[in-house]
Write a protein that binds this ligand. Structure first.
Ligand code: P6P
Length: 338
């Protein structure tokens, strides 16, 4: 990577047209995320050396064991945003309820809310496999000047003004969209700057990688089983390759670059699916759609689902358009044949 590549800060300044209606607040949100990502990256990359891996004995709202890095990342992102007074509310996978953010003068004049999974894939932490942060930004819909309400968070994904993910892997990357395409930045830890390394990311319409936890195969709906068997058939461009990291940001990132589909279906073990609609499915759907791909719950566009609760889950099929179309065909055929 050439250091003469633009930094994230320079890119944001040069592309203010991509931050519509924003009086600089959205840019400041990204600067806050950039800082928090650097701090978390430093900690994640030391995880094996200092006593911050392993559970803290607590369980999060999802009933999942909280890893120390989960708690740490959550606190870093929340504090960085609160200290800068640039959002009016924050929702996190790690918090049962949303957080109301008021100014030092007790005002509620900011217009954006941020939803996040601060450290997704944390079960990979102890085995040194990449993990990620996923975030989504909306304009509040209740009147500015009043405390934020749940209504401000329960918006369909089509209302997002920005979304992104950070991958803490072999390198730390920040990938985001504001609705004007997708761009990826790689952190140079020696300098502490993110540099534009993946401009105008686009996902191929076709791919030969499918990402699913096949250990759940027997519990999947028939349409998903039919699609997986389609991927494995010896014909035409198949069999496809199965690649599943168990870290959403990494699986989605690879599939954007190489082409592919990520599947997290409903099952008899997860009747609503596992992934959370607001801070996993919708941000990834926004990014993949902006890269030219598609995101579905098997029948409908994920970003048009109207949420009814903060931590609700959804089936999630996301990636190369033609591959998502194929699994939707399989789901419909299975439904009609019942
Ligand atoms: P499973 C991590 O917990 C996560 O939310 C995603 O990052 C990942 O793709 C998925 O769940 C893994 O779930 O059930 O296959 O371990």
């Amino acid at each position: 990577m050439q250091e003469n590549n633009k930094t994230l800060g320079e890119f944001i300044i040069e592309n203010q047209k991509d931050f519509p209606y924003s009086s600089g607040e959205l840019s400041r949100i990204f600067n806050s995320i950039k800082l928090a990502a650097k701090v978390v990256s430093h900690k994640v990359n030391k995880a094996g050396l200092v006593d911050i891996i392993g559970g803290v004995g607590e369980k999060n709202v999802q009933g999942e064991d909280q890893q120390k890095l989960d708690v740490y990342a959550n606190e870093i992102f929340i504090q960085t945003l609160i200290n800068r007074e640039i959002v009016c509310g924050i929702a996190s996978e790690e918090n049962d309820d949303f957080i109301t953010v008021e100014g030092s003068d007790k005002s509620h004049n900011n217009k954006y809310v941020l939803l996040m999974d601060p450290l997704d894939g944390s079960s990979n932490i102890d085995v040194n496999v990449s993990v990620g942060t996923i975030f989504s930004v909306y304009r509040r819909i209740t009147p500015i000047g009043t405390p934020v309400t749940l209504e401000d968070f329960l918006q369909p994904g089509i209302n997002q003004v920005a979304a992104g993910y950070v991958i803490y892997g072999t390198s730390t990357m920040l990938v985001y969209t504001t609705g004007c395409g997708v761009n990826g930045f790689t952190l140079n830890p020696a300098i502490g700057s993110f540099y534009l390394s993946h401009p105008k990311m686009t996902i191929p319409a076709d791919g030969s990688i499918y990402s699913v936890n096949e250990g759940n195969y027997v519990h999947f709906p028939q349409g998903v089983k039919d699609y997986i068997k389609y991927c494995q058939l010896e014909e035409e461009d198949r069999p496809y390759t199965s690649r599943y990291i168990g870290s959403l940001a990494s699986d989605i990132h690879r599939n954007i670059i190489k082409g592919g589909i990520y599947l997290y279906p409903t099952s008899s073990k997860a009747v609503k699916g596992k992934l959370r609609l607001l801070y996993e499915c919708n941000p990834m759907a926004f990014i993949v759609e902006q890269a030219g791909g598609k995101a579905s719950d098997g029948f409908d566009r994920v970003m048009e689902i109207v949420p009814t609760s903060l931590h609700e889950r959804s089936a999630f099929f996301c990636g190369s358009t033609n591959m998502v179309n194929k699994i939707e065909d399989c789901m419909l055929k299975a439904k009609l044949s019942k």
